[in-house]
Write a protein that binds this ligand. Structure first.
Ligand SMILES: Nc1ncnc2c1ncn2[C@@H]1O[C@H](COP(=O)(O)OP(=O)(O)OP(=O)(O)O)[C@@H](O)[C@H]1O
Ligand SMILES: [Mg+2]
Length: 340
């Protein structure tokens, strides 16, 4: 089969893939279910379905944590299986991978090794800083801008970046994301109602209620376990309780935005005040997030059209355009030679 080119944005929650031959973007949960400690039971969305429901002999693993690969072999196996699952897959293909910036070189190289040292027998692997891919996905002129602020709100991380003149000025990977919000919601529900809910229920409450809307009186009935009686029951959870739980982790993100802006050189900061802050990542779908940040920081905020696939859309454009291709680089280049 003829070679293909893939764009990969590997997230702690979801893997996003651009397949050049099919000209198609798809995504699947970054989850693998392993039975009896060795057999692969399910991968991707199918494995996620089993989360919090699987019997004891099946372990449901998220191979990436806080934006980096934490279980290398599981991640490699999962990726290969997803690329092959119900899809034509070509060995010897080329890969362009979006990577976080504020991680160690060893963590960054793991993304590269994942593909280059796999049975996929990659012909070429290039990487792109994720915020650059996001900016391209947002249709921003990365090379000629005097200042851009991109905030990628993901499943386990919030990546904040300041870009100018085609390069990265400042970058910080904050370890706050969807999972942090969901734990916070589940904890507050437990403390205030003696009621245990799972992470998926907390996620559902967060998605439904959002962070900043006029609504203050809605409630939602959810299933969980009464901690005193020890039995499964249903309870009404109020929007105000969920909002209260989201406040602290959101404040942490806002503080990080402030601190990055503080360290930004004045001329770049002036451009950012004019251009605004751009939101990407799945959490950017949260109702009211744009307004919340705009009010908290005092700069205009805009959200990408499909924020969760913004970076992979950027990879698609980088793959398609000769000019943009220069934004991708190989880890085998001069600067990285010592690591080979
Ligand atoms: N419509 C929605 N409303 C609110 N939140 C959403 C929505 N859709 C997805 N999310 C949340 O977005 C998060 C996943 O975002 P994303 O796919 O950008 O993360 P990721 O790239 O896998 O993680 P990371 O970048 O932190 O490694 C999840 O926490 C999910 O609950
Ligand atoms: Mg991400």
């Amino acid at each position: 089969m003829a070679r293909n080119i893939y764009g990969l944005d590997l997230g702690s929650y979801e893997i996003k893939v651009y397949d050049k031959k099919k000209d198609e973007i798809w995504k699947e949960k970054n989850v693998i279910a392993i039975a009896n400690k060795k057999e692969i039971f399910a991968v991707g969305d199918d494995a996620y379905e089993m989360y919090e429901k699987a019997p004891d002999n099946i372990e449901v693993i998220f191979p990436m944590q806080e934006g980096v690969i934490s279980h290398f072999n599981n991640m490699q196996f999962l990726l290969q299986n997803l690329l092959k699952k119900e899809r034509q897959f070509a060995r010897g293909s080329e890969y362009v991978i979006a990577v976080p910036t504020d991680v160690t070189e060893v963590e960054k190289k793991a993304f590269f090794d994942l593909v280059i040292h796999s049975t996929a027998k990659a012909r070429e692997v290039n990487i792109v800083e994720r915020s650059i891919a996001d900016a391209v996905g947002l249709n921003l002129d990365v090379k000629n801008t005097k200042g851009l602020f991109i905030a990628n709100f993901g499943g386990e991380t919030t990546e904040l970046s300041v870009l100018a003149g085609g390069g990265m000025v400042l970058n910080r990977l904050v370890k706050v994301g969807g999972v942090t919000f969901d734990h916070s919601v589940a904890n507050l529900v437990r403390h205030s109602h003696d009621f245990l809910i799972g992470r998926l229920t907390a996620e559902m409450l967060r998605k439904k209620f959002g962070v900043f809307t006029e609504d203050t009186s809605s409630t939602l009935r959810v299933a969980g376990r009464d901690m005193i009686m020890g039995v499964p029951i249903q309870k009404d959870i109020s929007i105000s309780l969920v909002r209260a739980a989201l406040k602290e982790p959101l404040q942490e993100c806002i503080r990080a935005v402030y601190s990055l802006l503080d360290r930004t050189p004045p001329e770049v900061r002036r451009a950012i005040y004019k251009n605004g802050i751009f939101l990407t990542g799945g959490i950017a779908n949260t109702p009211g997030l744009e307004d919340y940040i705009e009010k908290a920081v005092g700069i205009p905020v805009r959200t990408a059209v499909e924020p969760d696939i913004c970076a992979v859309t950027g990879l698609k454009k980088i793959i398609m355009s000769k000019d943009l291709r220069k934004l991708a680089y190989s880890m085998l280049d001069e600067n990285y030679r010592w690591m080979r």
